[in-house]
Design a protein around this ligand. Structure first.
Ligand SMILES: Cc1cc2nc3c(=O)[nH]c(=O)nc-3n(C[C@H](O)[C@H](O)[C@H](O)COP(=O)(O)OP(=O)(O)OC[C@H]3O[C@@H](n4cnc5c(N)ncnc54)[C@H](O)[C@@H]3O)c2cc1C
Ligand code: SF4
Ligand code: SF4
Length: 1017
């Protein structure tokens, strides 16, 4: 049994007192000193892990003013705080051992769009893609681009002065900031923007911090203008944090925005920004140029620039190979053909944008003419493809963005880590610089993938290191020092894109005698060094900045996790915190529990962080999860009822156990598997969650609902028999039973058993049960046209008519259909951590399949999620081969010519597909397969981007999830289906169809039901 984990790092008493005092000021947001929140917010995407004392989520700017007014009082000068947005920093930018102040949860609204004047007002916690989605209907966009655009916040972008692809054309975030509203440390709201001399004089005369910061910065500008001019490099990626070179803007006006941009949360809280927005270019194209070496692609980029493109990005072969192995490749493969024997080691992605086709075509022609003329010559390209249109271009950029994350998905213990990943040099020096950089890495024997914004001279690289190994950790210092020297030699910067964070260490050397001026600015804004201290500049000469090897590393924690636990729960261990699972997009499958709660602990990253810490704490008590799980599997749960009941009683009495905090996070997971498919590192929450529950329930009693859900697949065939069915359905309709189920058993809106029996419907269709010996005895031709349908409990017993329609459609398509007698699949057992029983069920089911497989007739499942369990969960728990069970569209997709021959027998029509999250994210081709099937029959099926429906098997039927399930539905499905005719949609998942019915009263059909209705005979 897992021991109780009662000893976690305690919150320091003066922080607890501060939080108490803050609560008394009327602070309306959440104040979380719990260990789960602290653990989840202890990491970003860097190599560091710093445990905060608390995490707080301000509800509005008044909360921040309450916080800052309190903290500036002498009693609280020892309290330190750090603002946080998406937490995607790569160098510990938002990490603190004080209080994390996360603005992304509540302060994330888009306040005003002025399309006529081309600006927008947003709160600091709004996400960049969220802003662009709101601007799109106006034909506008916020131009600075970054790979993390679906989760990085505007506040984070301003504070790191973010930029990325397209920066040569569009500049950095700073270039688009018009006005900022910043809460200063004394609670003042500072409004900044370009000031003429009169307004500057007025600002300097203001009392308090406002006057002081204006005086200080203006004084620096007046005294040090020439030194600044001499010291700051003339790069597209100009130096921020603090950008002394732009105290006065290009028009000569004083502008504090330029100091705040890139200040990394060290000067104040950006609560609101007025931003300049641009018209979306109407048309775009991307020329994808292939090279046999990365060096050639880098050197050729300078020539490509002569065609005056919007941007040029380079990726190396490693990045390309990683993309090829990911679900994302499906959308872009056609643009990267390679001829027989062609070696592709570098690609330049050259983008052209314009407002009309003629200008666009002329731009592309400028480039392709020169490529055609030189193709195949030494130092030139092998070939190219052109992707025309915004959709194709965005798909390729999507692949490029994702490949940044994919770089982290190396196998083995050495994983790519960021520490020298965003150097910038003048573009003309880039190729030479990269060759020298590669030598540093090669001499260390490191592996790495590279890509970069070649037009801006920015290189991205993450060398692979096992940060658990103290020897390899030393490489960070050696390589960083060598790269610092190189950037100086080539006239560039170590911090070309992602900001400084703990790399602020190198600031004093870089700024030289200007560094004290940075300290003066810091002192003016933050007299007591309380805001994200140790980054950018300290307030006094004797105070030291953080250093790259003087901050706790995540590896320091990971190293203490027992190796057995590390490998047993490997699905959680390699999360690198890149935050792709914080995707804001409601129409994307990842991650419904995070979107429904906006709590970071209810995200894949949150859950992975908690399980890592949990295994570490167990390790401190001499326990490893692998042995604990094996022991648990040997135990008879009933015999251990008494100790579990005792522990449960003590839990209810309030005895602290960190396992309960982990449990709270795990039980919010829908087990939709979107993380399993979409996380670039393939973090698999349902798997490590099942393992956690298996152990957790060895210590505590399970809730009653788990037994209902776990046994449902076994009892349902009996309940579905007459007269039990009528009794069961009758009971479910009775109010007292509903009350009992909801309040005692923990289940709501349990579905009724269908009035029809599948057996009778099959009989009407002339369909027989599949038996291995009968199938094996069929003549070859008969076997060739046969298919065996593998039933699942949800479809067969609750949605029986749909199953019959599917069988009918398969007959219409010319197949001889057989149905495998029902047996439990076991997925609900896996979801709830009944791993011992699940393994038994899976073995039993696989034995059936193995017999059937001998006939060579394909096995096909109906519900996507249940069907995919045969190839994922089964594979993990069974030894040897697992029989393939296909999705309907996979089976039909392999028989397109047969379908084409039936085209004339189906009425044409167009319908939109609402795919199930598990199939969309775990079976890469599944949506395209449906489209091919429909198109072979002369019909059109459009894939609709939609998020999770909030049901996910039984999640939506659990009382504790009732509210979140509805919230998730409202995020994406409800607005899509609102006031739309139900006939225009089809949905593959039983859960999705039943949730649409339950939440909105909409009856959706399965794609094959739709086809069956269009059959003309
Ligand atoms: C895989 C990957 C790819 C990346 N690609 C790019 C890229 O292409 N271009 C690029 O520029 N960066 C990139 N980054 C770095 C990172 O995404 C950016 O720095 C981003 O701007 C950070 O935004 P955030 O909301 O996550 O901020 P956080 O990481 O939460 O915070 C960043 C800094 O801003 C401060 N801060 C945040 N919000 C506020 C606020 N409201 N007020 C005051 N201070 C605040 C924090 O204290 C911290 O110092 C990448 C990171 C990853 C993991
Ligand atoms: S779970 Fe995956 S997507 Fe989320 S932060 Fe970890 S590695 Fe990134
Ligand atoms: S399974 Fe779904 S709900 Fe659970 S963590 Fe993964 S994406 Fe989120």
């Amino acid at each position: 049994m897992i021991p109780r984990l009662k000893d976690v790092s305690p919150v320091q008493s003066h922080y607890l007192a501060f939080i108490d005092a803050l609560r008394k000021t009327g602070f309306e947001g959440e104040l979380n000193p719990d260990y789960a929140n602290r653990t989840v917010l202890a990491t970003d995407n860097s190599i560091y892990q710093v445990l905060p004392q608390a995490v707080i989520y301000p509800r509005h700017r008044e909360d921040l003013q309450r916080l800052t007014r309190l903290i500036s009082q002498p009693d609280w000068h020892s309290i330190v705080i750090s603002p946080r947005g998406g937490g995607t920093g790569t160098n510990g930018q938002s990490l603190t051992d004080g209080i994390v102040v996360d603005l992304s949860r509540h302060m994330n609204r888009i306040l005003e769009i002025n399309a006529e004047e081309g600006w927008v007002r947003v709160e600091g916690g709004a996400v960049k893609d969220q802003l662009n989605a709101a601007l799109k209907p106006h034909g506008l966009f916020f131009a600075p681009e970054l790979s993390t655009s679906n989760r990085a916040t505007i506040g984070g972008m301003i504070n790191t002065d973010a930029s990325g692809q397209g920066s040569v054309m569009y500049g950095k975030t700073r270039d688009h900031v018009l006005n900022l509203s910043t809460v200063l440390l004394d609670g003042t709201l500072l409004e900044t923007g370009a000031l003429d001399e009169t307004r500057l004089a007025e600002a300097k005369a203001q009392p308090g911090l406002t006057g002081r910061v204006h005086q200080t910065v203006d004084d620096i500008h007046q005294r040090r203008q020439q030194d600044i001019e001499a010291r700051f490099p003339k790069l597209n990626r100009c130096l921020t944090g603090y950008d002394l070179a732009h105290i006065r803007d290009d028009q000569g006006q004083f502008n504090l925005n330029n100091i705040l941009c890139g200040s990394e949360g060290t000067l104040g809280f950006i609560v609101e920004a007025r931003l300049n927005v641009l018209s979306i270019p109407k048309v775009s194209a991307l020329v994808n140029v292939r090279y046999d070496s990365f060096e050639t692609s880098l050197r050729d980029a300078q020539t490509l620039m002569q065609a005056r493109p919007t941007s040029i990005e380079t990726v190396d072969s490693r990045v390309l190979e990683l993309a090829k192995g990911d679900i994302v490749w499906n959308t872009v493969a056609e643009y990267f053909p390679s001829a027989e024997g062609e070696i592709v080691n570098g690609i330049n992605l050259v983008e052209f944008t314009a407002d009309d086709d003629a200008t666009l075509e002329a731009g592309v022609k400028r480039l392709t003419d020169s490529l055609d003329a030189l193709q195949g010559q030494p130092g030139k390209c092998n070939g190219y493809s052109v992707a025309w249109g915004n959709k194709a271009v965005n798909q390729i950029w999507g692949m490029r963005k994702k490949s940044v994350g994919l770089l982290g998905n190396a196998q083995g213990e050495a994983r790519p880590v960021p520490f020298v990943e965003d150097t910038a040099v003048p573009p003309e020096n880039l190729a030479d610089f990269i060759m020298a950089f590669r030598k540093v890495l090669d001499d260390e024997g490191l592996t790495y993938g590279m890509f970069g914004h070649v037009d801006a001279g920015v290189l991205h690289v993450r060398p692979a290191l096992d940060m658990k190994d103290p020897e390899q950790v030393k490489t960070v210092r050696r390589v960083t020092d060598a790269v610092v020297e190189l950037v100086q030699q080539y006239g560039g910067l170590l911090w070309g894109e992602h900001g400084k964070g703990v790399r602020s260490e190198f600031a004093p050397a870089f700024f030289g005698d200007l560094y004290p001026e940075l300290q003066a600015i810091k002192r003016a804004f933050d007299p007591h060094n309380q805001l994200n201290p140790g980054k950018i500049a300290t307030t006094a000469p004797e105070l030291k900045l953080l250093a790259i090897d003087a901050v706790t590393l995540r590896g320091d924690y990971d190293r203490t996790i027992p190796v057995e636990s590390w490998s047993y729960q490997s699905e959680a261990m390699y999360c690198n915190g890149n935050g792709a699972c914080y995707n804001y997009d409601p129409n994307d499958a990842m991650c419904p529990s995070w979107k429904g709660t906006r709590e970071r602990k209810h995200s894949p990253k949150g859950r992975a962080s908690l399980v890592r810490e949990w295994t570490r704490l167990l390790g401190e008590q001499g326990q490893n999860t692998q042995s604990l799980a094996a022991a648990e599997a040997r135990r008879m749960p009933l015999l251990h009822w008494i100790p579990r009941a005792w522990n449960t009683w003590r839990r209810e009495r309030g005895d602290y156990d960190f396992s309960n905090e982990v449990y709270e996070s795990m039980s919010g997971c829908l087990a939709c598997k979107s993380c399993t498919g979409q996380c670039p590192i393939k973090v698999d929450v349902p798997e490590f969650r099942a393992k956690f529950l298996h152990l957790y329930y060895g210590r505590y009693l399970r809730p009653l609902k788990d037994y209902f859900i776990g046994t449902l697949e076994f009892v349902i065939p009996w309940l579905a028999k007459r007269p039990f069915k009528w009794v069961y359905n009758g009971l479910l309709a009775a109010k007292p039973v509903q009350w009992f189920l909801e309040h005692v058993a923990g289940m709501v809106d349990s579905p009724r058993i269908h009035r029809h029996q599948l057996g009778s419907l099959m009989h009407k269709l002339g369909i027989d049960w599949a038996e291995a010996d009968i199938l094996q005895g069929l003549p070859a031709a008969e076997r060739e046209r046969s298919v065996v349908i593998v039933q699942d409990a949800f479809s067969s017993f609750f949605d029986t008519d749909t199953v019959a329609d599917i069988l009918r459609c398969l007959q219409q398509l010319g197949f001889r259909v057989w149905v495998l007698p029902y047996r439990a699949n076991g997925k609900p057992l896996h979801v709830h951590g009944f791993l011992k029983t699940f393994t038994w069920v899976a073995k039993r089911r696989q034995r059936d399949f193995a017999e059937l497989e001998k006939s060579g007739i394909p096995l096909v499942g109906i519900d996507p999620s249940m069907t995919l369990a045969y190839r994922s969960e089964y594979k993990k728990y069974l030894e040897g081969d697992v029989t393939p069970v296909l999705l309907l569209q996979e089976f039909l997709g392999q028989r397109l010519s047969q379908l084409e021959s039936l085209q004339s027998r189906f009425k044409p029509g167009t319908v939109k597909l609402l795919g199930h999250c598990t199939e969309k994210t775990n079976a890469a081709a599944s949506m395209k397969d449906w489209q091919s099937v429909f198109s072979a029959l002369g019909l059109t099926l459009e894939h609709e981007a939609v998020g999770c429906c909030g049901m996910a098997g039984t999640y939506g039927h659990e009382t504790r999830n009732k509210g979140t399930s509805a919230t998730i539905y409202d995020l994406s499905w409800r607005p899509l289906l609102e006031n739309q005719p139900a006939e225009q949609w089809v949905a593959t998942g039983y859960s999705c169809r039943s949730q649409a019915q339950r939440q909105q009263g909409v009856t959706l059909k399965h794609p094959l039901q739709y086809l069956a209705d269009r059959f003309t005979g």
